[in-house]
Write a protein that binds this ligand. Sequence first.
Ligand SMILES: [Zn+2]
Length: 574
Amino acid sequence: MAIITMEKLENADKDADSLDDFVSGNGKKKVKTRRGIEYLTAPGVEQTLLDNGLKRGFANKAALEKYKPSIEGSLAQDMETKKVWLWDGAKWNDTGASDKDLAIAHSDAEIAKTNETITNISATTTEKINEIQAVDFYSQEKSKETKTFRQTDSEGNILIAFDDDGFLQQNFKSDFHSEEKLSSFLIVDHHLNIIFANEEDEQFLKDFFRDQNQPSFSVVDSQFNLLIGENKKSDDDDQQDIDFSKLQNNALNPEPLNTTKDLYSDFGVIKRMQDYTDDLYNLPIRTLIGNTASLYTLYDALVNTYASMSSQEIGSDALGNIIKAYTYKPIPFEMGMDSELPFDLKEMIKPKHIVITTGVHGNEKDAMLQMYIFLKEILERKEDIQEASLLSNARITVVPVINPTGTNAHTRFNHNQVNLNRNGEYKWGAFPGEQGSGPLSEKEAQIASALPVTFPDATCFVDFHNFWPNITGNGVGWLGASRQDTVKVIRNVAIEINSDMRRYKLFSDQKLMRVGLNYTGTLSRDWIELYNKRGYLLETPVETAGFNRYKLRQYGLDVVRKTLAAVYKYELTF
Ligand SMILES: [Zn+2]
């Protein structure tokens, strides 16, 4: 065991004094050890740390509270909240801001500054705008009015604006651009009729159509809210509001605007594609027309329903099958016949008579059906179909089945294997094998060729056939004529059809309704050459797999409608 000497006790006493100085001394005094070496006291160490900006971190507030520093001014940070606490010698005090709080406060201050800048810009802009809006170019005075609507000319002069009561007013009496007492603007329609303009000394925009100060038109937005105009039909009709939801794109299609039907432009007129659900427009062709009798049944129903329809037998084929004709007679409008006139007034005014044949080829039932549908449209859908309305003024005879046996057997030729449309009299003989034993050897061809004799007042004859749309080549139909004047008629209608047909998206751009000369030996050539009538041949596409049946039938109907309308209009020139 070690021996304790006096020297050791004295040394221990000196060491104890040094330790006491280290623990209890102030921050500035240093401790000098028995061996003469100087050290910082404990508070001195702490002060040195504080002077160098250091602070002690604690996991949370509770851990921080347990720590009691030896000197005032110690900093500690609660790492949970990032708050910094200051020791005042007795307790920890909140310094009021964490680094995060300071960052947020800084951001808020910057945002506030930005907002203030924006507010200032807005106020300046509003002031400028008010200054502009308040200028009355007529009086050259400042106005307190704020206009919500203005129309200005190219130099920014106010022409019209809403007044304080919300009414549209002209806000000037002279044109400050031109410095003349004249309007600087007009609103005109497509025909350059003036619809309205400002008028000197008038408080309202003038409606030149009605020559009144009340507009005859209204302006509505896409939701049919009235923007300009009056929500009543006329001054005398105060109680009846206009139902703007009934506004139409086309008066011929009086249906609500909210439709799924395709709209299309037909030479500048917006039309709506028809979407008929009737069986006639939709069922397969052979379901609708099985044979000659089924087609006659359809036509007979029209005769039984409408006083304007009549039927007659015009002959029969070699087997005794009846060939019938159906005639539509328009309402007469002639009156006041004056025999003193140097021309035949009655003859001029009487309806033009057009004779149309289908079923020359028994397998072309789409032509038979489309002609039947169009005649039915003339009787029933005049208000819906412009061409039907037009043709309702004509006398129309349809011979629906020229070839009864071919129609029953669904064959091109008749029971004698003769192509009736090569059995005609004029220049017969160019088609051996199908033309028959001689010109008009077939009774059906005799009846068809002689239709100008059967209907002597008719001036125009149309033979209506079908065409196979998927045939190789560029055609989807054919219009034939052999006189210079009638070729012009079908040329023009072919161009119209070829332009209009694109909306159906049925055929490529290379597929066109073509125009050509009727073959010799055809029935239409007989009408033209033997009887000096205007004769035409018309073809529409036949129902074909791969084509939308409804669209193809509508296309065929459009061809019939347009062609017969053009043909009829030409008849009206005589
Ligand atoms: Zn044919």
